[in-house]
Ligand binder design. Structure first.
Ligand code: ZN
Ligand code: ZN
Length: 411
């Protein structure tokens, strides 16, 4: 449909309310899959607007806005914070704390900017509710928990999200990032990397440090694994394809004169191509197992920590969307970008019902900051502080444009 741009204009009252909402959400982050207060807050807001709501996957919230006959379109915003001590110095900075699943007490911050996503989602729900005569159809809002640990989309789908909500013909989502505020970046095709994380337990045999002949040293063995795993990318992946294998932690032993019974490391793999992913994961398993055999050690344990699916922007839907975003934000504000190495579980929501989806990024930082000499804080930094405007307004306009371009015409 052609977009009635008057609907995209935020009044001063809208803007003030949106900023207040943002500051509140920023100051009250919760850890992944523990977003209980956040979920209750969102559901109350959506109920207040008159949307049909239900909970899904624990702390997931779905809001359905029905407005007569017409296409069904989905919009997703994620809701979780991170275990980071905020150091932005903002007067609305978070001082919240939380408890990780292993019992560790941690400070919590909306260090990935999911507070901007919720603020945009709720504001869009309000604008669409106030302008029912400008469009027709149904919009399904998905406020998804647990993005940071790739748990939320999976939990919502497993909890029957698509048995309860009408199935959209397309799902949109967006993420704030350290680009120029007022602009959006979008990729055609693959948008983000797949990411797989494992915990590997290397089993050995304990002995006194002076008696290596009685041991199977899991530290020496683990070190060989770590070194050999580096060859997967350099020696097994096609030079024109890309992959990353990072071993982020390695722990073993308690004392210099004891060879420990086991050691443990965690690794993270990033790939863009499902075939490369299969190849890399298969090679990792082969090497981990074979190195243990070479040391005469028992089979190591491999435990999956998380698995982020592919995030793929349907090319035709993306081309249409870029045109619409150009009309609304200005052609200069819409940048076609290469895929990023970050990962997302957004793709699962659309994959579960076989419909296209598009995911883009909206900028957080003013040009002056980006042009300066100082390094610019990005997502997951304790200093990540998106400029409130025009960041939020851009997010709202982009989301509104995407949704309105796919629903039906109004009265
Ligand atoms: Zn993040
Ligand atoms: Zn994020």
């Amino acid at each position: 449909m052609t977009i009635d741009t008057a609907v995209l204009e935020l009044s001063e009252a809208h803007t003030d309310a949106m900023h207040e909402l943002y500051r509140y959400l920023h100051a009250n982050p919760e850890l992944s899959m523990q977003e209980t207060r956040t979920a209750a807050f969102i559901q109350e807001k959506l109920d207040g607007l008159g949307l049909e709501t239900f909970r899904s996957g624990g702390t997931g919230v779905v809001g359905i806005l029905r407005n007569g006959d017409g296409p069904v379109v989905g919009y997703r915003a994620d809701t979780d914070g991170l275990p980071i001590a905020e150091d932005t110095g903002l007067d609305y900075a978070s001082t919240a704390a939380g408890t990780l699943p292993d019992g560790t007490e941690v400070p919590v911050m909306h260090g990935c900017g999911h507070d901007t996503h919720m603020t945009v989602g709720l504001t869009v729900a309000q604008l669409l509710t106030e302008n029912l005569n400008a469009w027709s159809g149904t919009v399904v809002f998905i406020f998804q928990p647990g993005e940071e640990i790739a748990a939320g989309a999976k939990a919502m789908v497993a909890d029957g999200l698509w048995d309860r909500a009408p199935k959209p013909s397309v799902i949109y989502g967006q993420h704030v990032w350290p680009g120029r505020t007022g602009t959006v970046d979008i990729s055609k095709g693959t948008a983000m990397a797949m990411a797989d994380s494992w915990k590997v337990t290397v089993h050995g045999k304990q002995s006194h440090g002076s008696q290596p002949e009685l041991s199977i040293d899991p530290i020496v063995l683990g070190a060989h694994m770590v070194v050999r795993l580096q060859t997967v990318v350099s020696r097994e992946v096609h030079p024109m394809k890309s992959a990353v294998v990072t071993i982020g932690t390695f722990h073993g032993g308690l004392k210099e004169n004891i060879i420990p019974a086991s050691a443990e490391f965690t690794l993270n793999v990033r790939t863009f191509d499902p075939e490369v992913r299969e190849l890399v994961l298969g090679s990792l398993r082969r090497i981990i197992s074979a190195e243990a055999a070479a040391s005469g050690a028992p089979e190591p344990g491999i435990e999956e920590i998380s698995s982020f699916p592919k995030c793929y922007n349907d090319p035709d839907t993306t081309t249409e969307l870029m045109k619409v975003l150009g009309e609304v934000l200005g052609d200069d504000a819409v940048i076609e970008s290469p895929p990023v190495m970050g990962s997302e579980d957004f793709g699962l929501l659309a994959e579960a019902i076989g419909v296209p989806s598009v995911y883009w990024f909206f900028g957080a930082h003013p040009k002056e900051l980006l042009d300066g000499d100082a390094p610019v804080p990005g997502n997951h930094s304790p200093y990540f502080a998106p400029a409130i405007e025009p960041t939020l307004t851009t997010g709202v306009r982009a989301a509104m444009a995407a949704l309105l371009s796919r629903v039906g015409n109004g009265a």
